[in-house]
Design a protein around this ligand. Structure first.
Ligand SMILES: Nc1ncnc2c1ncn2[C@@H]1O[C@H](COP(=O)(O)OP(=O)(O)OP(=O)(O)O)[C@@H](O)[C@H]1O
Ligand SMILES: NC(=O)c1ccc[n+]([C@@H]2O[C@H](COP(=O)(O)O)[C@@H](O)[C@H]2O)c1
Length: 184
């Protein structure tokens, strides 16, 4: 029998990389089911958040499928941010199926969750190659580098989605100050 009925992991997944996949596998070893929450779902087409929530759903679904993970055990749920951090956990619970374990290596998320429900189990990931498997690093390599510098850091299915949606060109465009509203 699993330790938990349903785990939840949250992240922006810009893009979903090998570290995220490792965390999903770790959670699925301990939980019957896993909810993967796509946070900051309302943001897209900006440097830090280049992909839409829908594109991130495609990435995660394809990566789990490619890894041979039983998709019937997984829920992929985009959730827009709530401006009120003090009620974040209650807000999150209103958007997702019930969960009894939260998987997060983010200290801020850990702090918010524990302060709002001291009984919730918060599980830390065993970080996989944190310097390389890191969204900020991967976005920077996509913008400045060639395919061989970033492709091995994401599941092959994710690299395909990034290319299919024109993600590389989009990110290069967003990095140029004249085409990025955030830099106007
Ligand atoms: N290399 C990794 N191995 C295991 N878990 C990871 C790894 N990188 C991130 N995570 C975890 O995945 C979740 C979502 O992380 P997040 O989307 O912030 O990834 P990130 O790569 O740190 O992104 P960014 O650099 O874009 O902020 C968090 O709980 C985080 O701790
Ligand atoms: N107030 C909120 O809506 C709130 C608070 C904490 C985390 N989150 C989300 O949880 C996710 C976790 O953050 P990391 O991707 O940085 O681990 C983020 O996507 C963020 O959007 C949202």
């Amino acid at each position: 029998m699993s330790k938990f009925k349903r785990g939840l992991m949250t992240g922006r997944f810009q893009p979903f990389h090998n570290g995220h996949l490792a965390l999903a596998k770790q959670a699925l070893e301990e939980c019957d089911e896993l909810a993967i929450v796509i946070g900051s779902a309302q943001f897209n087409f900006i440097e830090k958040d280049p992909f839409t929530a829908g594109e991130r759903v495609l990435m995660i679904h394809a990566a789990l499928d490619e890894a041979g993970i039983d998709l019937s055990r997984c829920y992929i749920i985009p959730v827009a941010n709530d401006e009120n951090n003090a009620r974040w956990l209650a807000y999150l619970r209103s958007q997702v199926p019930p969960f009894d374990a939260l998987y997060s290596g983010n200290d801020f998320v850990d702090h918010l969750a524990r302060s709002q429900d001291p009984s919730l189990a918060v599980r830390k990931p065993e970080f996989a190659k944190r310097q390389e498997y890191n969204g900020t690093n991967i976005r920077s390599l996509i913008v400045t580098g060639k395919e061989e510098r970033w492709e091995h850091l994401v599941p092959p299915a994710v690299a395909k989605v990034i290319k299919d949606v024109g993600g590389v060109e989009r990110m290069k465009m967003l990095s140029r100050s004249d085409s990025n509203p955030a830099k106007w």
